[in-house]
Design a protein around this ligand. Structure first.
Ligand code: DC
Length: 223
């Protein structure tokens, strides 16, 4: 492992706790943080703002690959700007969650976002903790530590409910967690650990226990 920069890759399905874990690990180690899901959500804003229907694949590809997408890599500050407009709050709205699969299931959109994500990872001076569905396998297969964080579906839906509060009913919650995972799994396998990827099941662990486990893996890898 290189001594000067550290790249940590965390994959996992919706609600597995990967965002909170990645942010906590980045803060603990003074690293940057990349939420790749925020970029898929930002790309969704771009095609919707261009007036493109989710079923118009060519339109979605044009609007998303041409979009100016900026994401903060500061683990203490979430900020997402698309074509000059701050969409930090909007990307978490149910409409975006419901329409993001039009981006995440299209190979051309994925390839474009993966290239942007690699550039962000390469530009982080001290290193970065990057999380998403395909980080350990596609975006950063050479990361110093690669982790697949899972939790059983009930635990994942309970976490999303705690995040979203009363804004969503049970059907919308199942749509956000289970249907999106099933759509996304058409192009990316994020439920089984690839070779060299450590699998951590967080179903019965607190966030701090998961963060500590990841910090332990990083310190083992550093020798
Ligand atoms: O993690 P999230 O819910 O914010 O992700 C938003 C959507 O983007 C979700 O449908 C999965 C998809 N996504 C993906 O396909 N690949 C990634 N690296 C990150 C997110």
């Amino acid at each position: 492992m290189s001594t000067d920069r550290l790249v940590i890759a965390i994959d996992g399905p919706s609600g597995s706790g990967k965002s909170s874990t990645a942010r906590g690990v980045a803060k603990a180690l003074g690293l940057a943080y990349l939420d790749t899901g925020a970029m898929y959500r930002a790309a969704t804003c771009a095609y919707l703002d261009a007036g493109v229907d989710p079923s118009d694949v060519d339109g979605v590809i044009r609007a998303t690959t041409g979009a100016d997408i900026r994401v903060s890599t500061d683990p203490d500050r979430q900020e997402v700007v698309v074509n000059g407009v701050d969409v930090t709050t909007r990307i978490r709205e149910p409409e975006i969650s419901a329409k993001v699969s039009a981006v995440s299931t299209v190979a051309e959109c994925r390839a474009n976002l993966v290239a942007r994500q690699r550039a962000i990872i390469d530009a982080a001076p001290a290193g970065i903790v990057a999380e998403g569905r395909d980080i350990t396998t596609v975006v950063a297969p050479d990361a110093d530590v690669r982790l697949l964080l899972t939790a059983d579906p009930q635990a994942r839906m309970a976490r999303r409910k705690a995040e979203l509060g009363d804004k969503v009913d049970a059907a919308a919650l199942a749509d956000q967690v289970l249907r999106r995972d099933s759509d996304d799994s058409l192009l990316v396998n994020f439920t089984t650990a690839a070779d060299g990827v450590t699998h951590l099941d967080g179903t019965f662990l607190t966030l701090q226990q998961v963060i500590d486990a990841v910090l332990g893996l990083i310190s083992d890898a550093r020798g």
